[in-house]
Write a protein that binds this ligand. Structure first.
Ligand code: MIG
Length: 737
């Protein structure tokens, strides 16, 4: 087996061509066919770890500190943990003989979604082993464990219902987390072209591949799932601390088309006594859907209006669509076209259609286009808007899909397509960073892995039905382990009319969703909570209140994410990786490591089964501890969501009167449960970047069976006036110097 070293890279050559293996650190290895291929989204910190090589007959062993590889002459790779136990065995890719695909030309003609027939430039295929589970891959639908499904990364605005077997949705995260008997590991395919991940549909192999571009991929060794997610996000990027107000309750609708309609929403919320932190304004605020314009007749004096709302702790978030209306009198269009900052076809500006009619597409992959976009963002920001919501950036197109060879600043649509939303979010984030002193708040629909550096996401156009609610949980959990911590679904569902019972159950789950926004489609029944009957209103109010109490805990989870890349909402296997009962648990989740939540996700359900993992768990609102590794049948009336705290848990809460998140309460409540526990609490002004200069507090909290002590690890910010400890021993107060 011929090899040589090129700097720290092992370069292999054979009749198969060249193949390069680069150990990035002791747990991460890169395989590429082209050493000059640069990642679009990763920032690698190369550590030159130690390893040794051993030549065998027809193979080369690479023995690292935590894993080893056996590379064969055909460049197949076997991957082992440090005890030599197998993680992956590469095998040849063969079309399934048992279930060959039929002829689908007729079905395709009728418009059915058909699979197969795609030409992949390369495919890596591995033996499927007993006990393997597949997670991650972003927001594709389906159960938590993707075993038995095939998904295609090609950002798609899919208008029909998002059933579990839909192959492509808005986002591409070509990263998966795999559980095997011998440990957890991840695979990241560093390729932005259309790619496939097939998780054992043939019951024999698992494979991934891409239609074009360079074969460049990574193995990320665990052994725990948290290790894998932490290591992947250390390269793909993590979410900077969000503004505190963005953790509040948001209301949206396609559309609130006028100042009056927004005032009505605010008044409706006030009258129903439900806290509100932001209203999202959809496409109808613009003049003829021209992005960066505001229709002054419908939104007169927007700056005054937004500052009056801000005084109440309510922000405005405005939607941005990428398509620029073809209109020479529209300066945004003119300046993008004149400066060659839009997509072209055969040297001429490429035109398709979106909401404004005929439109052109900014080439967001070009830094000059991003800069210009950022400057236009300043126009909307100057009107007091606090957040920008990027939609239609798959990119969507009403006159058929963009041809693959449409040219974006010298790069093909085929390569840029999956990155289009990523770069639009980046441009918007950078614009906000430049033209506002507050922390940016950007939401995006389409994106690629690593977008958490710039943006929050929502899962797009779901439906007001129970299956959408059920699916949103595994969808969010898989996004979380793909690196995306700040996310949500349209609460109440986007398409269709949301019945009262569904709304109650959705808000009980939505109260834990990091991005908490009720949104609905123009054609659907109005679904603001205050429109519902008194009982539904009361349930909605109860859970929004609870959410506002939980804000310090959520904020701590974002601090934790900024340090270790873990999501706030966690599948149970992330905390209990060795428990086989949780490997495909689709209706429970952990919020951080201390809270277990079991929402009701089906109609007519007043009792549900809850699995508690190892340890003892306490019902959050009081009651006896329950021993884990067992199932319980638990009552959950319409106004209840089951929440349990781990023994020894410490949960920081705001006092119950907090409604305006711009006004930080002077008191912090620490709810301590029986048992032994430790906790880190983070506090800063929640608005700007002063924390980067040390203006924050970090508290170390210890719980000895309900006796709580607090010490300051870092002091750089005004503290709480007092800390109230609530434990089974009663209430005590702690004051810090
Ligand atoms: O073609 O702006 O997913 O949230 O309300 C529809 C109107 C365009 C799709 C988004 C949705 C938004 C809607 N948009």
């Amino acid at each position: 087996m011929k090899y040589q070293f090129i700097n720290d890279v092992i370069a292999l050559s054979s009749v198969e061509g060249n193949f390069y293996i680069e150990l990035i650190n002791s747990n991460v290895v890169r395989f590429t066919r082209d050493l000059s291929h640069a990642s679009r989204v990763l920032s690698l910190a190369r550590e030159a770890p130690r390893y040794s090589l051993k030549e065998g007959d027809g193979f080369l062993d690479i023995i690292g500190e935590t894993f080893s590889l056996r590379v064969f002459e055909n460049f197949y790779v076997d991957f082992m943990n440090k005890d030599g136990q197998n993680l992956l065995t590469e095998t040849s890719y063969e079309e399934d003989e048992c279930f060959p695909r039929g002829d689908n030309t007729l079905a395709a003609k009728e418009g059915h979604i058909v699979s197969g027939g795609e030409d992949y430039a390369f495919i890596h295929s591995y033996s499927l082993r007993e006990g393997m589970h597949f997670y991650g891959l972003g927001d594709h639908t389906g159960p938590l464990d993707r075993l038995g499904y095939e998904k295609i990364n090609w950002n798609t605005d899919y208008p029909q219902a998002h059933e579990d077997d839909v192959k492509s949705l808005y986002k591409s995260f070509p990263f998966c987390l795999i559980s095997s008997k011998n440990g957890y590991f991840g695979i990241y395919l560093d390729n932005t072209f259309k790619s496939v991940f097939n998780f054992g549909v043939d019951e024999r192999t698992f494979y991934f591949g891409a239609t074009a571009g360079t074969d460049d991929h990574y193995f990320i060794y665990g052994p725990s799932p948290k290790d894998v997610v932490s290591r992947f996000t250390s390269f793909a990027g993590r979410l900077p601390l969000p503004p505190r107000w963005s953790l509040g309750n948001q209301q949206s609708r396609w559309s609130y088309p006028s100042k009056k309609s927004v005032e009505d929403v605010v008044a409706g919320y006030e009258k129903a006594d439900i806290p509100l932190s932001a209203v999202n304004i959809d496409i109808d605020y613009m003049v003829g859907y021209r992005v960066f314009t505001v229709d002054e007749t419908r939104f007169p004096d927007l700056s005054d209006f937004s500052s009056s709302l801000k005084k109440k702790g309510i922000r405005l978030i405005a939607i941005l669509d990428p398509g620029l209306k073809v209109d020479p009198d529209y300066d945004v269009y003119a300046s993008f076209v004149d400066n060659h900052l839009v997509a072209k076809e055969n040297g001429k500006t490429y035109v398709n259609a979106v909401w404004p009619g005929d439109s052109v597409y900014p080439s967001f992959n070009d830094p000059k286009a991003r800069e210009k976009w950022g400057e236009y963002c300043a126009r909307v920001l100057s009107k007091g808007v606090s957040g920008l919501w990027c939609d239609m950036n798959e990119p969507a197109s009403f006159k058929g899909p963009l041809p693959l060879d449409v040219d974006f600043a010298g790069e093909s649509h085929a390569e840029i397509h999956n990155l289009y939303g990523y770069y639009m979010a980046m441009a918007t984030y950078e614009g906000m960073r430049k033209f506002s002193s507050e922390r940016p708040f950007v939401i995006t629909r389409a994106c690629f892995a690593g977008v958490e550096k710039y943006s929050v996401i929502w899962t797009g156009d779901n439906q007001s039905n129970w299956s959408s609610l059920q699916m949103s949980l595994p969808q969010m959990l898989n996004l979380g382990v793909s690196g995306m911590p700040f996310l949500g679904t349209d609460i109440g569902g986007f398409g269709g009319d949301c019945p009262a019972e569904l709304m109650c159950r959705w808000i009980e789950f939505g109260a834990f969703s990091p991005f908490m926004r009720n949104h609905s489609c123009a054609a659907a029944r109005f679904q603001e909570p205050y429109r519902y009957d008194d009982k539904t209103k009361a349930i909605y109010r109860k859970w929004v209140y609870f959410r506002y109490r939980l804000v310090p805990y959520l904020y701590d989870l974002f601090y934790e994410h900024s340090q270790n890349g873990l999501p706030a909402l966690r599948p149970l296997y992330l905390e209990y990786p060795d428990d086989p009962s949780v490997s495909n648990l689709n209706d429970e989740f952990m919020l951080g490591e201390s809270l277990l939540v079991a929402p009701v996700l089906s109609s007519g359900t007043l009792v549900r089964s809850v699995y508690l993992p190892k340890g003892v768990f306490y019902p959050f609102f009081g009651g006896e501890g329950k021993k884990g590794e067992s199932y319980y049948a638990e009552k959950c009336p319409l106004d209840e969501c089951l929440i349990y705290a781990k023994a020894g848990a410490i949960i920081p809460l705001y006092p119950s009167m907090t409604k305006n998140l711009d006004l930080e309460p002077e008191e912090l409540v620490l709810k301590a449960f029986p048992g032994e526990g430790k906790y880190l609490h983070y506090q800063d002004n929640g608005t700007d970047f002063a924390y980067e200069k040390g203006e924050y507090n970090l508290y170390s909290i210890i719980n000895h069976d309900g006796v709580v002590s607090v010490s300051l690890l870092h002091k750089g910010y005004r503290g709480y006036k007092r800390i109230r400890v609530v434990s089974p021993n009663g209430e005590t107060f702690i004051s810090l110097p």
